[in-house]
Design a protein around this ligand. Structure first.
Ligand SMILES: Nc1ncnc2c1ncn2[C@@H]1O[C@H](COP(=O)(O)OP(=O)(O)OP(=O)(O)O)[C@@H](O)[C@H]1O
Length: 342
């Protein structure tokens, strides 16, 4: 099977403008990222706010041109494509944003907004054809009966319904990949599972690959249970592999810390599981990242090599981990077991 998407050493450095009070600063939002995605695969990209997830999503959809590195879609460098191929690529890779209200034009009905997309991409010849297609699409995203939704304005729908519409708009142009950036974070908790199920169905039934961007390990685990995970920290991928294996046996101290911070519903068990003690809770300034391993100022295990040398991703038990000391870091099961016996 040929690869759908490849990122080779991709970086995005933003330069903030000089002002009266500050010098221009370079922010490495995404740094030397390498990724591969197969057709129909789901990749969850997980990390704290500001680690570069959205920037990575915008690079993948071609909204940002990276400052260095190469992105290939179906084997072709997207920034060397001719206009026609690039347009085709932009159609094949759709992005769904977290803020569904901002993503829809408030002055246009749902029909007007979605019809334009179909006509622009020549998937419908006229309004009548577009209406018929949208009818089917709304049924697919379970906004039924469709006639109740098509002539409404975005503010007349709930957040969950608007998010379904964004998914309908994304699949209306028959994409091969959807980049979903925190698609459920602004939706009521009670509706999240049904939206995640909808995306899983789109993946299974339509074969659409997903890059699911989130700060929330629980939803990542749910949607990408058969897929892969990439954990980001300050612009870099620190651990990646099959999601189930990585989360069962997390190796990087940052991922162990993230997992130990996830609330546990059982109060007795929760009392026994200790959060990994980080040296600092503050995220370093991305414009002035720590030397060596970017996680070293917070890492409880850091040694001098971590301050001096940047770790590269290397294979550990089938996953890729960027940590000099991974062999010395206590195994996750052992940490869990010692917590249980306490
Ligand atoms: N257009 C921009 N100009 C300058 N800096 C930017 C720009 N976009 C993002 N950044 C900076 O790049 C870093 C990564 O931002 P990004 O939005 O990609 O992170 P994120 O993980 O998606 O965060 P969040 O979950 O809060 O959206 C942040 O430090 C951010 O301030």
């Amino acid at each position: 099977m040929s690869t759908l998407l490849e990122l080779h050493d991709v970086s995005m450095v933003f330069t903030s403008k000089k002002s009266l009070f500050s010098k221009g600063r370079n922010i490495g939002a995404v740094v030397d990222v390498n990724l591969q995605l197969n057709p129909g695969e789901i990749l969850a990209v997980v990390g704290e706010s500001g680690c570069g997830k959205t920037t990575l999503g915008k690079i993948i959809t071609g909204l940002y041109r990276p400052t260095s590195g190469e992105i290939k879609f179906e084997g072709k460098n997207i920034w060397k494509m001719d206009g026609r191929s690039f347009k085709e690529y932009r159609r094949s890779v759709q992005m769904v944003h977290q803020d569904s209200f901002a993503a829809l034009n408030p002055a246009r009905t749902i029909f007007q907004s979605l019809k334009d997309v179909l006509i622009r991409h020549k998937l419908a010849k006229n309004s009548k054809e577009a209406r018929n297609q949208l009818y089917e699409l709304l049924k697919l995203v379970e906004l039924t009966p469709p006639e109740q939704f098509l002539d409404k304005y975005p503010h007349q729908l709930s957040g969950g319904q608007r998010q379904r519409l964004l998914l309908a708009r994304a699949i209306s142009v028959k994409p091969k990949l959807i980049v979903a950036d925190e698609p459920v974070s602004m939706v009521d908790v009670s509706l999240r599972i049904s939206l995640l199920n909808l995306m899983t169905n789109m993946n299974k039934q339509l074969g659409i690959a997903f890059v699911y961007i989130t700060h929330d390990l629980a939803t990542a685990r749910y949607i990408a249970s058969n897929g892969r995970i990439a954990v980001m920290y300050l612009g870099k991928i620190v651990e990646t592999g099959k999601l189930n294996e990585v989360l069962r046996n997390p190796s990087h101290p940052y991922l162990q810390a993230l997992l130990s911070a996830v609330p546990i519903p059982d109060p007795d068990l929760a009392r026994t599981i200790k959060a990994l003690p980080l040296k600092s809770l503050d995220m370093p300034d991305p414009a002035n990242p720590p030397t060596g391993c970017r996680f070293n100022p917070r890492c409880p295990y850091a040694e001098s090599i971590c301050m001096n040398k940047e770790p590269q991703l290397r294979e550990i038990n089938g996953s890729m981990v960027a940590c000099h000391l991974v062999e010395k870091v206590p195994k996750w099961e052992m940490m869990q077991e010692s917590a249980y016996v306490k």
